[in-house]
Design a protein around this ligand. Structure first.
Ligand code: ADP
Ligand code: MG
Length: 252
């Protein structure tokens, strides 16, 4: 992790009608840092990620990437957004395009990079996640885990400075979860800056430099993973962690 702050969120408020989902979020993510966002369903994790890449305009507050407002209008925002890769639960691959085309389309059309260069990048990425053999296949011919790995490298092929992951393994069969999490772990080791929403607690503990716990629109814990998992400060986080613990229930 470097000293430089890549993403800086200050006083972020997000309301939908009368519902206040985020109620004053302050968060700095350093270059190379991996932050995992935890919290009960509906607490605003996805909304926070969507505010981070400008998909949701904040009601109040600022989101800066490299010192520039992600929330600004116009042409600049499009350029800025390309620096932020996001992967969701649903893969959103184009069904009528091959895996190779899915990966190279935006870098060629949107970023206007030379086709040869992009295809070389795509080749390197496909090999890195074990999908080179599938480059000519269509999304329907891939398993869920393979599709999600393809979706991840499609985002990576844009050369983002920040990667956002929103429950990318939530829709996968259990045996495919690990192959996707391994890709993210490897990315973390390579120094990619990431904000990850996940319900895989072991993975969260292994990958995170820092855990953020959201409740009632606020960050109620901001700690090192070991600290969070062994000694959470808030009752809300304690209750949350209990829902993932089967061992204790058996004995009580
Ligand atoms: P999480 O990802 O933690 O489960 P979300 O960020 O998806 O939570 O949602 C937080 C709250 O915001 C929920 O009550 C949800 O209904 C509401 N919400 C999210 N997006 C919208 C939207 N586009 N319009 C209205 N309400 C929304
Ligand atoms: Mg969500």
């Amino acid at each position: 992790m470097e000293d430089k702050i890549l993403l800086e969120i200050s006083g972020l408020v997000k309301r939908f009608g009368s519902e206040t989902v985020l109620n004053g979020i302050d968060l700095s993510v350093h270059k190379g840092e991996v932050v995992v966002v935890l919290g009960p369903s509906g607490c605003g994790k996805s909304t926070l990620l969507r505010c981070m890449n400008g998909l949701e305009p904040p009601t109040d507050g600022t989101v800066l990437l490299d010192g520039k407002a992600v929330t600004a209008d116009g042409k600049k925002i499009t350029e800025l957004r390309q620096k932020i890769g996001m992967v969701f639960q649903s893969y959103d691959l184009f069904p009528h395009k091959s895996i190779m085309d899915n990966i190279t389309l935006a870098p060629i059309k949107v970023q206007k990079r030379p086709k040869r260069e992009v295809e070389q990048d795509a080749q390197r990425l496909l090999k890195r996640v074990g999908l080179w053999e599938k480059r000519k296949a269509y999304p329907r011919e891939l398993s869920g885990g393979q599709k999600q790995r393809a979706a991840i490298i499609r985002a990576l092929c844009m050369n983002p400075e920040l990667m956002l992951f929103d429950e990318v393994t939530a829709a996968l069969d259990p045996e495919m979860v690990k192959e996707v999490l391994d890709v993210i772990l490897e990315l973390a080791e390579s120094g990619m800056t990431m904000v990850i929403v996940t319900h895989e607690m072991q993975f969260a503990r292994a990958v995170a430099d820092r855990i953020i716990f959201l409740d009632n629109g606020k960050i109620v814990e901001n700690s090192k993973p070991d600290e969070f998992f062994t000694n959470p400060k808030s009752q809300r986080a304690k209750d949350f962690l209990k829902t993932f613990s089967f061992e204790k229930r058996k004995n009580s």
